[in-house]
Design a protein around this ligand. Structure first.
Ligand code: RIB
Ligand code: CA
Length: 328
């Protein structure tokens, strides 16, 4: 048995997801046993196509399963959006739709095909039949994982760790207080954070400490001069450019999802983690999707999620450089 950790990689593969996936595919620490796509950044068909392009580019024999194209229940209440202070994630420029995430990654068309099995079936069947613990990287809305846990809660006994990009400690991005992945499916987020598995949550603030990339950082990546480095450079170059069109701001971006999976590849990237009582608001009000951490220390409720408060940005950046150098 190899000492590689087996991983199910659940993603709404947009730009930062692609960097997270590239890092995992290049690492000798993990073996991705399946990629599952979920709604979120992009229409699910785009996410699935991007995932297939990535496995072909990295020449990996990894199956891709398409998952849920909509959240568990939030979409049923059409009036649920409770704030006008919504982040715009797309716009039209000269008649062309610009999304913050590229609909198609800058990679050749995929030759691999999607599996027929639904992503949630793959997750449940794999976790029921495995003889060893399997980790989950969950870097989009948690709909697939939440649905799997509804289908069979006992699968948690075969889950190692769940690495989640989600939530904000003191801010949001999609709304003033809710982060996109949790906002897009708050009920699924609440289910996963409280499922009893060992959950690590990397909120916006920790991601920004770990994985903020400037133009200078991109030039360092470009200088590696290999196809994987070129891919990351091109993806993040586009991510920065579209971010400026949509949000204005500086010539930099945060590669949120890479920060969230980095601890799986090097646990020392986290410099402050605390197990907290953590929930997600799904009441449909102004704070819909907010990560709520109870810091009152009453001792009345079990701490249920490892919240990452600090990451060592230098270590996170060096990790990606060293992984990209491995590309063959
Ligand atoms: O809020 C950031 C998260 O939302 C990232 O996972 C990004 O890919 C988007 O899904
Ligand atoms: Ca994502």
């Amino acid at each position: 048995m190899t000492d590689k950790r087996k991983v199910i990689f659940d993603t709404d593969i947009g730009d930062d997801d692609a960097v997270a996936l590239a890092a995992c595919l290049l690492s000798e620490k993990v073996e991705i046993i399946g990629i599952t796509t979920v709604h979120g950044n992009l229409p699910i068909e785009c996410a699935s196509d991007n995932a297939l392009r990535m496995v072909d580019f990295f020449k990996k024999d990894i199956k891709v399963y398409q998952g849920c194209s909509q959240p568990l229940v939030r979409h049923l209440n059409k009036g649920r959006k409770q704030t006008t202070l919504m982040q715009t994630v797309n716009t039209v420029v000269d008649g062309k739709l610009i999304r913050i995430h590229a609909e198609t990654l800058p990679l050749p068309e995929a030759t691999s095909k999607l599996e027929k099995n639904h992503a949630v079936s793959f997750i449940v069947d794999t976790l029921r039949s495995t003889t060893e613990k399997i980790d989950i990287c969950a870097i989009g809305p948690l709909t697939n994982i939440g649905a799997a846990l509804i289908l069979d809660k006992d699968i948690i006994k075969n889950i190692g760790n769940i690495y989640i990009m989600g939530g904000g400690l003191y801010k949001g991005n999609r709304t003033p207080i809710a982060e996109a992945n949790f906002y897009d499916d708050p009920e699924a987020a609440e289910i996963v954070l409280n499922c009893g598995a060992n959950v690590f949550v990397c909120p916006l603030e920790a991601c920004e400490l770990g994985a903020t990339y400037t133009r200078e950082d991109l030039d360092t990546i470009k200088a590696l001069n290999n196809p994987a480095a070129d891919l990351v450079y091109n993806v993040l170059d586009g991510y920065i450019n579209r971010g400026i069109i949509l949000f204005g701001g500086k010539q930099e971006c945060c590669v949120y999802d890479y920060a969230a999976v980095a601890p799986l590849l090097d646990e020392n990237v986290n410099t402050e983690v605390r197990k907290d009582v953590a929930h997600v608001d799904f009441s449909g009000g102004m704070a819909d999707g907010q990560l709520v951490i109870d810091r009152r220390n009453f001792g009345l409720w079990t701490e249920n999620a490892n919240i990452i408060y600090q990451q060592d940005g230098k270590r996170v950046h060096n990790l990606l450089i060293n992984l990209l150098k491995k590309f063959k």
